[in-house]
Write a protein that binds this ligand. Sequence first.
Ligand SMILES: [Zn+2]
Length: 425
Amino acid sequence: MKPSEVAEEVNAERLVRRLGELGEVGRDGAGRTRLALTPQDKEGRDLIVGWLREAGAQVKVDRIGNIYGCLPGRNDGPPIMLGSHIDTVVRAGAYDGCYGVIAGIEVLHCLSATGSRQQRSVAVAAFTNEEGVRFTPDLLGSRVMAKNIALEEALDIHSSDGNVVREELERIGYLGDLSPWELLPAVFLELHIEQGPVLDASGIGIGIVEAVQGHSWWRVVIDGMANHAGTTPMDLRQDAGVAAMQIAIKLHNSAAKAGIPRVATIGSITVEPNAINVVPGKALLTVDFRDPDEEKLREAERLLEISLRKAREAGFRASAECISRSSPVRFDPALCSLLEQTAAHLGLSARRMLSGASHDAQMLAGICPTAMIFVPSRLGISHNSREHTEPAALAQGAQLLLETTRQLAVVGESNGITGIRAERV
Ligand SMILES: [Zn+2]
């Protein structure tokens, strides 16, 4: 591989400034809350659309609200796509997702600044409802593109606050008319903050993500018998709260025993009627399993089933509904090598790693060669207003994204990447 001739740099000052500007949208205490398809999301989307246009891109919106900014190439083949998302969790940091989209826009600025059209089209995508806070499942826009969920089904999803995707898209003016499969990419690259401690702890600037671990999310309901806390002897209780806690401890301990990288999280437990002097008659809990190995993920799921069976044997009604699942995904080896070589060429320290969090890239990996670049997150903190990445690290990641895009879109097709499908584990 030869480095490309044009050696323009991303505008780090503009990149950081725009992250700050987008980070002001939906300001909520020290963080920002920009849940998908809310007025705050609309405001963020409007900013992105303006910046895409400023970078010389043609803006298109598809029927699930994914936004694309396209810079046509000399060939009319499918685009090299860069992207991520701008919806957030509650009181989020300013970097998760937004960094990948804004850095993609920086790449477009640099490509248009050369004045000559690159060989291949380059597009930046901002996918709808990646976080999945307001609408389940998560990764909604990229799921539709990867045909992991039907478009009509996705448009009919109801939010936790009783609203429907289609109506909310219409209300904020982002129900586009482009087919979500019109711009299927030749290659997809997602630049993202690590959201974990590995790079920060090791002092390495770039993570080349080889795989995303799979996740499996469950909503569990345990029905027992609500009863008087003073008069019901311990051996005659059907305490749904205790049954839920036993399941939680069992799943937690088993993941701890399995060791890195397995994790299991019981993020929510609620009991009914939730009163100090009533034995809980009903308990609801959520379970989040993650593992980079499909067989081990299934093993964790079997353990949940065994726990529920035991609860049923003890007289409870116990059921679990899978609310979101993705198999582990391995990214394209040739694309990972290209990132590694390009990082070395730029003099950046880099290591290969796994992603513990879900990303749109794992959906894209099902339809085209895909890889991810990580930059360090201070102390590994994310989904928190204290999320932070140093400006110099943000600039390095964006520079790697730019140089790799040039290798793919400007230098040509001699790198052997195109046409290789990502290998699913
Ligand atoms: Zn993200």
